[in-house]
Design a protein around this ligand. Structure first.
Ligand code: ZN
Length: 257
């Protein structure tokens, strides 16, 4: 196996704002994706299991997949969670702890849209149902743009809030915007995180840096074929062809020099 696919979803909803369409998968598409995972023998695992397996302490199922949702949108609770429960799959929800129960204010500045975020009671219900709620910082900043103290507060305070609300140790993080540099990675380690997801595209190989895990984005325009190919390659067939064409063009240019 070349690596474990760590799927990155954001929103699952019947409709969304045009500026967020790329990040929104419809409930029908989501259901067909999860059904496909189930029928082809994939088992959804959590990040503790992935890390334990990589430390030689646990075995992975034959076809492991990690399913993650960034931001904690209420839409995912309404439309994705029932499907995951139906197919016996777990998932990780990365929560912006300072905005739990409110709206995604950071998207207002970025894209002129905002959506409701799940509240703490919902997060506790998800945990009781076998899902995992983990950290996506306190306010969804670009961490490398903060001073080291502010960065530490974002990562430490978010962890504390989750631990108080969910009554268990929190050790998993997703960097907001996937934005990370060496210093942020170091602060994440100091704050006690054992894993942190980026938005770097790729399957997560056995030797992947646990504090800079690669993920497989699932977008609103992906067909089921795109999804199936992403599971094996992290990319859609069209992206793979474009990449090959670009590589061939670069080779031709180099030869022509
Ligand atoms: Zn996010």
């Amino acid at each position: 196996m070349t690596g474990v696919p760590i799927l990155m979803y954001h929103q699952v909803a019947p409709d969304t704002a045009p500026a967020f369409r790329k990040y929104c998968v419809t409930p029908a598409a989501f259901r067909s994706q999860i059904r496909w995972l189930s029928r082809t023998g994939y088992s959804a695992i959590d990040l503790d299991t992935l890390l334990e397996a990589r430390a030689g302490l646990a075995a992975l199922p034959p076809r492991p997949v990690v399913i993650t949702f960034d931001d904690g949108f209420q839409d995912c609770v309404d439309y994705a969670v029932p499907v995951l429960l139906e197919y016996g799959m777990t998932a990780i929800m990365y929560l912006v702890t300072g905005l739990v129960g409110h709206v995604s204010t950071w998207l207002q500045a970025e894209r002129g849209v905002q959506f409701p975020l799940m509240d703490w009671a919902t997060a506790r219900r998800l945990e009781a149902a076998g899902f995992r709620c983990e950290s996506h910082a306190v306010s969804h900043p670009r961490l490398p743009e903060l001073g080291i103290e502010a960065c530490r507060r974002e990562l430490a305070d978010s962890r504390t809030a989750l631990e108080e609300q969910l009554s268990r140790p929190i050790t998993h993080l997703a960097y907001p915007f996937g934005s990370v540099d060496d210093q942020v990675r170091l602060v994440a380690a100091e704050c006690g995180y054992r894993s942190a997801c980026t938005t770097r595209i790729g399957l997560s190989p056995a030797g992947d840096d646990p504090l800079a895990l690669q993920r497989v984005p699932i977008t609103g325009s992906d067909s089921l074929l795109d999804f199936a190919v992403r599971l094996r390659t992290a990319h859609t067939p069209a992206e793979l062809v474009t990449g090959k064409v670009a590589a061939a063009a670069a080779l031709l240019r180099w030869r022509a020099q």
